[in-house]
Design a protein around this ligand. Structure first.
Ligand code: C2O
Ligand code: CU
Length: 483
């Protein structure tokens, strides 16, 4: 199966291994889409928003007649509740590990102190509780959370640990915003099943674990009943390896309003949105009364950056979600012509340029070493980071704590989407403006890695410290030891 090289084809890869024991079929669009509940929160005496999350094993039913052992957060057997917080608020996230092994919980896309990041340096032993606290200070965005224990991230995420983390702010933008009604999270994952119903963790290829069944918020073959003329979909690719090109069945235009780091300056009409693992997109779909539409992933070549692809392919199409508008729809306001007013990063003011060569399981020829400092980055400075993929496999790059904007010829600075995870297709160089900070710590690093989780686990990850003026960075880091 050579198609597997790309890790994007919807039906390829693992299907070969599973041919002798076909997955029981669930009729298309036959199940109501599960909406992850909002995580309950309380206020402590200091006015901080406190969220408690327990990571624990559970049992799920995805396929007729079969049960699947899974892991989940917050009492869900699979996935996790949606955490929601407001800019300006102090949050305290307490994660208790009831799994049989050490895990971590990383707040992907959050601007936060390195000690609160939940990467490999903040392990949570079985039975322990880890507390992560910071003041939320970033524009409204669709973030997410997932495990990040070095060497085991793919397995922990694949068993089901992933949830959304929505940041709200006080900027008034008239987009659909009723959670679960016209503002709907879509967590995309793919899985292959063993004959006994368990997730197949054995059949992998060079990009990692690829499944033949797509789960949206843990639902196989979902539909969503819609009651408004517009619906905002917050799409997260939480898959270990698969990329999607999200489009409507007839390639009708979608309105892209946001990416990883928040809203675009202005809505953009696209015919599809490519999401590699870890990336998010907020799209608005317009619906006519009673007219069902299918959201699909269609084949694509990863030949574009910023998650926007112009080319459509015909094969390897997989249904993601059927949208079922009611016969009478409540009118939604039109999508505003202006969304984010945040100033773009300034290329002219960029300090140094850093280069990162991606090859098999290595970045700049290095394997992940938790004690090594790979880069020291000044807080709140804008830099140019250049990622070159010299490999035949697709990779992407996620930078913790970062706001990134990919430099793309022909795209005005104001129109560059805010990113924290960027695709780097084979044979290409992606140049991005990057800003980390304001949090500094001379001893605890953030991570930079491929978000194809198998590659990350295999060592395709570097560490950087963020320091302020006069702060002396450590030259060697402590081996992680945690709660
Ligand atoms: Cu979503 Cu370092 O990970
Ligand atoms: Cu990779």
């Amino acid at each position: 199966a050579t198609l597997t090289v790309v890790g994007v084809a919807a039906t390829a890869s693992v299907a070969g291994c599973a041919a002798d024991r076909p997955t029981p079929r669930v009729p298309a669009a036959s199940r109501p889409l599960a909406i992850p509940p909002l995580a309950p929160s309380t206020r402590d005496a200091a006015g901080r928003r406190v969220v408690e999350l327990v990571a624990a094993p559970g049992t799920s039913r995805f396929l007729p007649g079969l049960t699947t052992p899974t892991w989940g957060y917050g009492g869900l057997p699979f996935g996790g509740p949606t955490v929601r917080a407001r800019r300006g608020e102090e949050v305290v996230l307490r994660v208790t590990n009831r799994l049989p092994e050490t895990t971590t919980t990383h707040w992907h896309g959050a601007s936060l102190p390195a000690r609160a990041d939940g990467g490999p340096h903040q392990p949570i032993a079985p039975g322990a509780t880890w507390e992560s606290a910071w003041r939320v200070d970033q524009p409204a965005a669709t973030l997410w959370y997932h495990p990040h224990p070095h060497g085991a991230t793919e397995r922990h995420v694949h068993r089901g640990l992933a949830g959304m983390f929505l940041v709200d702010d006080d900027v008034r933008v008239d987009l659909p915003g009723r959670y679960g009604v016209d503002d709907v999270p879509l967590v995309l994952t793919d899985r292959a099943f063993a004959p006994d119903g368990s997730f197949d963790e054995a059949h992998r290829n060079a990009v990692g674990l690829l499944g033949d069944t797509v789960l949206v918020n843990g639902t196989v073959a979902p539909y969503l009943e819609v009651t408004t003329t517009r619906v905002r979909l917050r799409v997260l690719n939480a898959s270990p390896a698969r990329s999607y090109r999200v489009a409507l069945d007839d390639e009708a235009p979608l309105t892209l309003v946001g990416t990883d780091g928040g809203l675009l300056a202005a809505p953009r009409t696209v015919d599809g949105v490519v999401l590699t693992p870890g990336e998010r997109a907020e799209i608005v779909v317009e619906l006519a009364p009673g007219r069902r539409r299918r959201l699909r992933s269609v084949s694509h070549d990863l030949g574009t950056v910023n998650g926007i692809s112009a080319a459509a392919g015909a094969d390897d199409t997989v249904d993601l979600l059927e949208l079922r508008p009611a016969d009478r729809l409540e009118p939604s306001p039109p999508v505003p012509a202006r969304l984010s007013r945040e100033a773009p990063l300034d290329e002219a003011a960029a300090g140094r340029t850093r280069t990162f060569a991606l090859a098999a399981d290595r970045i700049n020829g290095r394997d992940m070493d938790p004690t090594r400092v790979d880069e020291v980055v000044p807080a709140s400075a804008t830099e140019v980071w250049e990622f070159t993929n010299r490999h035949t496999l697709p990779h992407n790059i996620h930078v913790h704590d970062a706001r990134m904007q990919v430099l793309e010829p022909g795209l005005a600075a104001a129109d560059r989407p805010w990113k924290d995870t960027v695709p780097v297709p084979p044979g290409t160089t992606v140049r991005a403006l990057v800003r980390v900070g304001p949090h500094t710590d001379p001893e605890v690093p953030y991570m930079l890695h491929c978000h194809l989780l198998r590659h990350e686990d295999d060592g395709m990850m570097l560490q950087f410290l963020v320091v302020g003026p006069g702060q002396r960075p450590a030259t060697r880091l402590a081996v992680p030891s945690g709660a």
